[in-house]
Design a protein around this ligand. Sequence first.
Ligand code: F3S
Length: 412
Amino acid sequence: MELTFDEKRILGGEDGDVLRKSMELLIAIGEAFDAPRMIDVNSVHITSVALNTLREAGKGLIEKIANSGARFKVFTTVNPLATDYTQWEVLGISKEELLKQLEVVDTMRKTGAILCHTCTPYLVGNIPRFGEHIAWGEASAVIFANSVLGARTNPEGGPSGLASALTGRTPLYGLHLEENRVGQFIIRVNTALREPTEYGALVLFGGRVHKELIPVFVNLPQGINWDALKMMSAILHSVSSAKMFHAVGITPEAKTEEQALGGKKAVDVIDFGKKELEKAIQSLDQATKADVDLVYLGCPHCSINEIREIVKEVNGRKVNSNVSLWVSTSLPVKALADRMGFSEVIEQAGGKIISETCPVLFTNQTIRNLGFQSLTTNSADMAFVFPMVHGLKAHFGRLGQCINAAVSGTWE
Ligand code: F3S
């Protein structure tokens, strides 16, 4: 790789051992992918800060970085934790794990990370420009940044994200390059989609057809909102290795079908109608028991608009005494929900807003401590990932259906 004077200086150890090792790692990645050089990044999002994904080795690594005096050079946000530390006792985590998790939080604070602890950094101030090169982890956010914002990032793992945060560099390859961002197959949408859940089902269907190709969605409505695009981004990473999608007339690199395909011919054109929509939803609704015990909304973390929609559904109703209703979001969005009185409505119904965490990041033991037998959700991503991680089945359906289940205690 061709290195600048400054990069050679870092590699020579002039800025310390931690930066030297970071540069070595980025060069090794760059060489593995034939990157000709490094590029500057001004935005990093670090994945794997929850205890069970970080593990002792990762915790040791970030402590070493912080204790060396090295600090993040660029604006860096961080992913969710293994618990909501304001409600840890009711979320099944032990005090010992909590204290370890808080040590990680402290370490990240020392290194200069912005402690937003969310998978939706773009909702809390980490908002890259169109065309900007960034280094983000957290696959759902990576796909949102590439597809919806038009920023450019490869999916960074924990160590490479840390290295980019410390050096402000990332190797130039993959989705940083125009030619790797073109759509490859078309999904024509022939049915009305009414809520984020249904958009999630659309991507579930499309991603399963061609698991390695970038999809181009055609006929999505102009009125599609960020919540739907957020839901689409989350499920794509679970069912496909593609790290972006296009939606013609909606996402910024797809003003036309031709632009989305980079002037090439689509390798396939598939149709998505009402039948495919219902089939996709049913395919993830795998739990066999009708009893519901955990209804989880907020994967990816809820926007304030999604919480407003939930409040409309729960207002004046009571969650069944056998059911936990959790609405998951980031701390800033929760603060707004508190101010709007949304949190109070949810609490009065018997639910709770949890922040800065996600049940996928809980340990299996934590889930066992809580005694849940299944999970019910309106997120295709959560319905897909939670059973794989925790070995429990999920019910998947529209928001109204999930809230009805929370109230009745039964999935219909
Ligand atoms: Fe976020 Fe957890 Fe879903 S990290 S994208 S809420 S699986």
